[in-house]
Design a protein around this ligand. Structure first.
Ligand SMILES: *Cc1c(COP(=O)(O)O)cnc(C)c1O
Length: 351
C-alpha cells in the first residue's frame, strides 16, 4: 500500500516559522506587530460585523476595493485583496510560476518568499543582500535568465531594514523584461522616512509591476488578515482567480475600511513608532553596534554566529533570531524598548 504523498516540490520546503510569543504580550518583539490596541473606531466597525457571521462575507470585497481604489487613485480592477499580503503573494506566484521556472529574490529577506516560490515548483534564486543589508539590485538583474518569471523586491527589507531607493528601483524596472513580474513588497511603507526611498505605485503604468501592501503592520490589524496587490488589471484578475473565495471576512473588510478612514490617527501612531525606532537605532549605535539603516518598525543586529545566544539572553523579551546571521527586534512600547537597550548594553559590556 502506498500512502498519499504531496507533490515533490513540497519535500524540501520548511513550515513557516512564526515569531515566538512572550508571557507578556508587550514583550513580543518577534513579529513586527504594532504594540497598540486597535483604534476605537476601527474596533467598533469590526465588532458590528460580527452580527452577520451567519452569512458569507462579500466575496468581491466591493466596499474595501472601492476604498482602496480611491486611496491609490487606480481603477478597482487593478486591485486583488486576500487574507494578508502573504496569501496574495502565494496566489500571484502560483498563477505565474511552475516547475522549471525561476524567481529571483533578495536574501536574507522575508522568510515566506522561498516557501511561496518553491510551493509552485519553481526554483528560488537567492541573491545575497550586502553587508549593510541593502538589496544587490545589479546582482538581481544579472540573475535573470530566460526561465525567470518574477523578481521580488522587499522595501524596506525584512529583516535587515534598509529601503530600495527610487533610483535603484528605476534601474531595476529598466532591467527586468516586460514579460517578467516585478513584485515590490511594501509591507512597512508607512514607516519609511528616507526621502530617497522608492515608491512602487510610481511604476504601476508598467504591465509587469505588482505592489503588495498589508493592513497587518502600520494599520495594526495583523490578526484580521487583510493584504492586497496593486497590479495591471489582467495580473490582478489572475490573482483573484487563485485566491480562495470568501477568504477575507466582513469583520476584516470593515476594519480595513475604517482604518483607511482613520489615516490621521494611524499616522500619529506610526510617527510614535518611528520616533522610538530612530531613538533605538541611535542608542544602539551609541553602544557601538553596527546597525543598518532601519526604515521599518524593527531593527537588525548583525550578530552572526551569536544570534541564537543573544535571543536567549534577551528573554523575557521575545526577539527573532536567524541562526548564523542576526537578530530582528520589533520596536515596541517605550519602556520595552528601554529594556531592549539595557539588554544590548549588558551584552556588549558583558556585565
Ligand atoms: C509582515 C509582512 C508581510 C505581510 O504579511 P500579511 O500576510 O499581510 O500579514 C508581507 N511582507 C513582508 C516582508 C512582511 O514582513
Amino acid at each position: 500500500m502506498v500512502a498519499p504523498t504531496p507533490r515533490p516540490a513540497l519535500a524540501g520546503i520548511p513550515v513557516y516559522r512564526a515569531g515566538r510569543p512572550a508571557a507578556d504580550p508587550a514583550s513580543k518583539l518577534s513579529s513586527n506587530e504594532l504594540p497598540f490596541d486597535p483604534l476605537p473606531g476601527v474596533l467598533d466597525r469590526a465588532v458590528a460585523e460580527l452580527r452577520h457571521v451567519n452569512r458569507y462575507p462579500d466575496a468581491g470585497c466591493t466596499a474595501l476595493t472601492t476604498a482602496l481604489a480611491g486611496h491609490h487613485e487606480v481603477d478597482p480592477d487593478r486591485i486583488a485583496i486576500g487574507t494578508g499580503s502573504v496569501a496574495v503573494l502565494y496566489a500571484l506566484l502560483s498563477a505565474f510560476c511552475g516547475p522549471g521556472d525561476e524567481v529571483v529574490l533578495p536574501w536574507r529577506s522575508f522568510e515566506a518568499y522561498p516557501i511561496a516560490v518553491e510551493l509552485t515548483g519553481a526554483a528560488g534564486v537567492r541573491v545575497p543582500v550586502g553587508a549593510d543589508g541593502t538589496h544587490d539590485l545589479a546582482g538581481m538583474a544579472a540573475a535573470i535568465t530566460p526561465r525567470t518569471r518574477a523578481v521580488l523586491v522587499c522595501t524596506p527589507n525584512n529583516p535587515t531594514g534598509p529601503v530600495v531607493t527610487a533610483d535603484e528601483l528605476a534601474s531595476l524596472v529598466a532591467a527586468v523584461p516586460p514579460s517578467v513580474l516585478l513584485v515590490v513588497d511594501e509591507a512597512y511603507v508607512e514607516f519609511v522616512t528616507d526621502p530617497a526611498a522608492a515608491s512602487g505605485p510610481d511604476w504601476l503604468d508598467r504591465e509587469n509591476v505588482v505592489v503588495l501592501r498589508t493592513f497587518s503592520k502600520a494599520h495594526g490589524l495583523a490578526a484580521l488578515r487583510v493584504g492586497y496587490a496593486l497590479a495591471h488589471a489582467p495580473v490582478a484578475e489572475a490573482v483573484r482567480k487563485v485566491l480562495p473565495p470568501f477568504g477575507v471576512s466582513d469583520v476584516a473588510q470593515a476594519a480595513a475600511i475604517a482604518s483607511l478612514e482613520s489615516l490621521d490617527a494611524m499616522g500619529e501612531r506610526v510617527a510614535a513608532v518611528v520616533a522610538e525606532r530612530d531613538a533605538v537605532v541611535a542608542g544602539l549605535r551609541g553602544q557601538g553596534w553596527d546597525v543598518p539603516q532601519a526604515q521599518g518598525n524593527f531593527v537588525w543586529l548583525p550578530l552572526g554566529a551569536e544570534a541564537v545566544e543573544f535571543a536567549a539572553a534577551a528573554q523575557p523579551l521575545s526577539v527573532r533570531a536567524f541562526a548564523g546571521e542576526g537578530v530582528r527586534v520589533t520596536i515596541g512600547l517605550p519602556e520595552v524598548n528601554e529594556q531592549f537597550l539595557a539588554t544590548t548594553r549588558r551584552w556588549r559590556t558583558g556585565s
